[in-house]
Design a protein around this ligand. Structure first.
Ligand code: 5GP
Length: 272
């Protein structure tokens, strides 16, 4: 009678099972060893280690985000006094009287945009250390109680992680330095003052006047955006958007400009 029928262990079958188990374990261990050797080799050759990439200055950047399609880039700059006009109590004590970068945003032609494209590459301030002074001056945080790098982190996580389709914007350092370079070509306060558009609590300017002042230096269609001040109910010029080709980063017309500054608007000072 066969032993398996009566629940007895067949020593020959048991030995075979043990032998196959051993072979399987040896195969798995060998595979793991080979895989780690390849990983170590790849790490040495490419400077990459399990998804982390070491930049030329030894900054650590996560592996680039997957390519996200979009149509064009929009650089939004904001007039700090306007941003804090009605929300003064929420702003830092010293609001600079200057244009600041809000963000460089990948957009679709219809005005929508991709966002938060890759959560495996969160903002790491170490990657923009060499740009820090420029960022502090030109891409400043205006919100009281928020850290100096809080806006950079938000802009990278929401928009920068979607920008990799533009080769000049791959990785934090490239994204922030390319944005700073574009901003450096837009001395809007000077363009305005050359056209007698100067910060004031009383003077009112029109969209046509402001656009004419910009067009002398930046001939493409831009978008002006105003907010209504909660204090004075005035329309205040808050943001100007400039648009760029996603490959060359050269100026293009903004495709869907909205006109929120139709009435005379204020270009305020950074009043105390
Ligand atoms: P967006 O999401 O359109 O790129 O930027 C708007 C967001 O940025 C809003 O959530 C707003 O609260 C935030 N924001 C605007 N200005 C500042 C700032 O100066 N500092 C920080 N940390 N966030 C800001």
């Amino acid at each position: 009678m066969r032993s398996d029928k009566i629940g007895l262990v067949d020593p020959e079958a048991s030995a075979k099972r043990n032998a196959s188990k051993k072979t399987a374990i040896i195969a798995i261990v060998s595979l793991c060893l080979v895989a780690s050797c390849f990983a170590a080799l790849y790490s040495t050759v490419s400077g990459s280690s399990f998804g982390r990439i070491f930049g030329s200055d030894n900054s650590i950047e996560a592996a680039p985000c997957p390519i996200q399609n979009f149509d064009y880039l929009l650089l939004a700059i904001r007039w700090a006094p306007s941003d804090c006009h009605s929300t003064k109590s929420k702003c830092v004590p010293k609001v600079p009287q200057s244009w600041l970068i809000h963000g460089l945003w990948p957009n679709y032609w219809d005005g929508s945009w991709p966002q938060f494209c890759c959560n495996t590459d969160p903002f790491n301030v170490d990657n923009v250390k060499s740009l820090e002074n420029d960022l502090l001056a030109k891409w400043a945080n205006l919100l009281k109680g928020k850290s100096a790098d809080s806006l950079w982190a938000h802009e990278w996580d929401k928009h920068g992680t979607c920008s990799a389709q533009s080769k000049k914007l791959v990785g934090e350092k490239a994204y922030f330095s390319s944005t700073l370079n574009l901003f450096a070509t837009l001395p809007v306060a000077d363009w305005f003052s050359a056209a007698n558009i100067v910060p004031s609590e009383d003077a009112k300017y029109t969209e046509a006047e402001a656009t004419a002042a910009i067009t002398k230096h930046f001939p493409n269609v831009v978008e002006l955006a105003c907010q209504t001040s909660e204090d004075s109910k005035d329309s205040v010029l808050d943001t100007i958007s400039f648009c760029y080709d996603k490959t060359t980063l050269t100026p293009i017309d903004c495709p869907t400009p909205k006109h929120t500054c139709k009435k005379g608007f204020v270009y305020p000072t950074s009043r105390k």
